[in-house]
Design a protein around this ligand. Structure first.
Ligand SMILES: N[C@@H](CCC(=O)N[C@@H](CS)C(=O)NCC(=O)O)C(=O)O
Length: 246
């Protein structure tokens, strides 16, 4: 039976959960919402404030980390390594990416993309009810203002986020320096999935949907930063994960 999957379609945490569900072959019906509206949906289902959230067998599984664990339980070992040490290492990396990388890439991407009317129009037009897309378009400056305030998106915040991204990328570059193919062990795990999906807003892999395919969505200094991140070992690694494991 299909499960219900509530998302903001272009959210990288939702992509993390979607990738996990796809990986284990779970059938789901995705209910996409735009920011602000997503809270109405999660409230209605009795989940917290954020997406992704899943309803399966009448139970709510909220938070991408819980959804990955739920998905792995459907096909044990598909995402969480079965070896205890590897599992602990993969989960620790997932935590770092969830807590450090995800908020930083989101703030940095919003800082540069929110003012771009054409890109935002494209990004917010897909996978959500038409009335939401239309309302968002109509009240774009208001909605953009609310997102900016909610996520503290300003020049100083974008710079702090850039530094955080650099720190996490340096950590991943260091792991990859020994030539390993995956971040933990010898096969794909939640560590690879979490890094690639949460870095996606600043790497813009071609496999991404929702109007976010390709670095051309950025201009000027942001485009240059994106190209530089894509060229790092960590950037190349994430792009390879999207190309071969997504
Ligand atoms: N720790 C959460 C973070 C999820 C998250 O931050 N979701 C954002 C979208 S990227 C959200 O739902 N924002 C809407 C809101 O806060 O109203 C997870 O891993 O699922």
């Amino acid at each position: 039976m299909a499960i219900e999957f509530v998302t903001i379609p272009f959210s990288h945490y939702c992509e993390k959960a979607r990738w996990a569900l796809d990986r284990v072959g779970v059938t789901y019906i995705e209910h996409g919402h735009l920011p602000i509206f997503s809270r109405l949906a999660t409230k209605r289902m009795g989940a917290g404030n954020t997406v992704p959230a899943v309803v399966a067998d009448g139970k709510i599984v909220a938070d991408s980390t819980a959804i990955v664990a739920w998905a792995d339980a459907r096909r044990p070992g598909a995402l969480l390594p079965t070896d205890a040490n590897e599992r602990a290492a993969a989960l620790a990396l997932e935590d770092t990416f969830d807590e450090q990388l995800g908020p930083a890439t989101r703030r940095w991407a919003y800082y540069y993309l929110l003012p771009n009317k054409a890109v935002m129009r494209n990004v917010t037009a897909n996978g959500v009810p038409t009335w939401q897309a239309r309302t968002f378009r109509m009240f774009r400056p208001l909605a953009a203002g609310a997102i900016k305030r909610g996520l503290k998106i300003d020049t100083a915040g974008a710079e702090r986020s850039r530094q955080k991204i650099e720190t996490v990328f340096a950590q991943v570059n260091a792991l990859l320096a020994d030539g390993r193919r995956f971040l933990v062990g010898t096969s794909f795990s939640v560590a690879d999935l979490a890094f690639a999906s949460l870095a996606a807003p600043i790497l813009v892999p071609p496999q991404q949907k929702f109007g976010m395919a390709g670095p051309q969505i950025y201009a000027g200094e942001a485009r240059a930063a994106v190209e530089a991140w894509r060229a790092t070992p960590a950037g190349q690694f994430a792009l390879r994960m999207f190309a071969t494991e997504r």
